[in-house]
Ligand binder design. Structure first.
Ligand SMILES: [Zn+2]
Length: 464
């Protein structure tokens, strides 16, 4: 009898890993890193409750590190099988896993320098060669089509509309001539957003795993374009710069799309726009390349002669440090740079440069986690400590919180409404406890489906 074990994203939003066992074979869906507080990240260091070498196949839903960032670790621990994903996820994975390995190496160096590790010579969770070895095991599977993994397992990917290449998975298990369908939502994206297709509706499943990141709330309504135009016009009029901390994958490309639209409609002044993040620039190239994921608006824009709808007349992509520093000499401009919560990266140098001047503004366009510089700005900090210096905050701080890559509660319910019949069991995953409980109540009350919130390492038989 088939069985599922929740090796991550159970009661929390990170570490997605679901082990399916059937016919004596083992298949892992997603292989994410735990992120956030120490009690979670410690799990990355604990051995898996099974020998990685005994896993037969891995399938991943999308390239985000909380879904892929543990792959180098299982490869290091002996996993030698294929890592199945679609083409865009493979390309984004190249950038993200190598970046993750680099961060792990930096953390280990920092721990050694500060001597806060209990080990004399702290090692990284994994290294660049480990990430490279994992990437060598990536195998592309078709987009939006079915793929036979083995006599026991076949999988079909469907658009999830979350980031480029993101999918929800329909896994069919065949055992003793009987078929069982499990749907894995992956991360469900938004409806009517730029660039990507809407999430494809599901139709049937015996068992469902549904993410619940925003299971307890909806995103604020209101036009993103209006909010951006207001801020840019106000700041440009006083001769200042708009600094936008932004995630390299997804958020930066969405911003570029909106800026292009505003520029064409002559709703913003002709000031230079800088994308100052080598990773965001590489990701933008991958976004432009994968037409199979583009929605109709994007495809139309491409066909109307705008070969590159993410680019605008005055956009400048800066890869080198010298180019990045030269932006300091431009008084009035828009600067998009990583990281998205201003915890590291080039954005820190732009903030140090621009925060003391009241002419400038910082635009916060994503969730700002507790303890981050972004959150401190949001909460009205007077000073920010950047690179060992106290930086006075005189710049205006504006929050635009309509932008999110995750379905809000109503959008999750809209996606679930695609099912023509109730799954036998719905497992709610990938959410904080409050969001999980709230979404469990919503699914139970509105759809009357049986719902379970699994615990970390809990297993269930999949009786169909
Ligand atoms: Zn994601």
């Amino acid at each position: 009898m088939a069985k599922i074990t929740f090796l991550g994203a159970a009661g929390t939003v990170t570490g997605s890993k679901y082990l399916i066992e059937a016919g004596g074979k083992k298949l892992l869906v997603d292989c994410g890193l735990f992120q956030g507080p120490n009690e979670l990240t410690q799990r990355n260091w604990n051995p898996l409750p099974l020998d990685a070498a005994t896993i037969d196949w891995v399938v991943v839903t999308h390239a985000h590190i909380d879904h892929t960032g543990y792959l180098p670790k299982i490869v290091k621990a002996g996993y030698r099988g294929p890592i199945y994903c679609d083409a865009a996820t493979r390309e984004l994975g190249q950038l993200l896993l190598l970046d993750s390995a680099h961060l792990q190496e930096e953390d280990a160096k920092y721990a050694a320098k500060k001597k806060y590790s209990s080990h004399a010579n702290p090692l990284p969770l994994y290294s660049t060669p480990d990430a490279q070895a994992a990437l060598n095991q990536f195998k592309e599977i078709p987009r939006s089509d079915s793929f036979t993994i083995s006599p026991e397992f076949s999988v079909r990917t469907h658009d999830a509309g979350h980031i480029l290449g993101s999918c929800w998975l329909e896994l069919t298990i065949t055992e003793n001539g009987k078929q069982t369908v499990i749907v894995f939502s992956g991360d469900v994206g938004r409806y009517d957003q730029p660039i990507l297709n809407d999430p494809t509706p599901p139709s049937r499943a015996d068992f469902l795993l549904c993410e619940s990141t925003y299971g307890d709330r909806d995103h604020p309504s209101g036009s993103v374009a209006d909010a951006l135009a207001d801020a840019i016009n106000r700041v440009a009029k006083r001769g200042g710069a708009v600094v936008i901390p932004s995630f390299a994958v997804g958020r930066t490309q969405t911003l570029m799309w909106y800026l292009r639209q505003l520029d064409e409609a002559k709703r913003i002044p002709q000031i230079p726009v800088y994308v100052d993040s080598p990773m965001a620039i590489s990701v933008t190239g991958i976004y432009a390349k994968h037409g199979e994921d583009h929605d109709l608006d994007f495809t139309n824009a491409e066909q109307q002669g705008n070969k590159d709808p993410l680019n605008l007349r005055e956009v400048k992509m800066t890869r080198t440090v010298d180019e990045s520093k030269a932006i300091n000499n431009v008084a009035s401009c828009v600067i998009i740079s990583a990281s998205g919560m201003a915890t590291g990266g080039r954005i820190l140098h732009h903030l140090a440069q621009r925060l003391p001047d009241a002419k400038n503004a910082v635009l916060l366009v994503g969730y700002q986690g507790e303890g981050t510089n972004g959150r401190a700005l949001q909460e009205g900090a007077q000073y920010l400590r950047i690179h060992g210096q106290e930086v006075k905050v005189n710049a205006e701080v504006v929050t635009v919180d309509q932008l999110s890559a995750h379905a809000g509660r109503s959008e999750l319910l809209r996606w679930l409404s695609g099912f023509t019949a109730a799954p036998k069991q719905t497992f709610l995953v990938h959410g904080e406890p409050v969001a999980l409980e709230s979404f469990r109540a919503a699914v139970t009350n509105r759809l009357h489906w049986p719902v379970t919130v699994p615990a970390y390492l809990q297993s269930f038989d999949l009786n169909s």
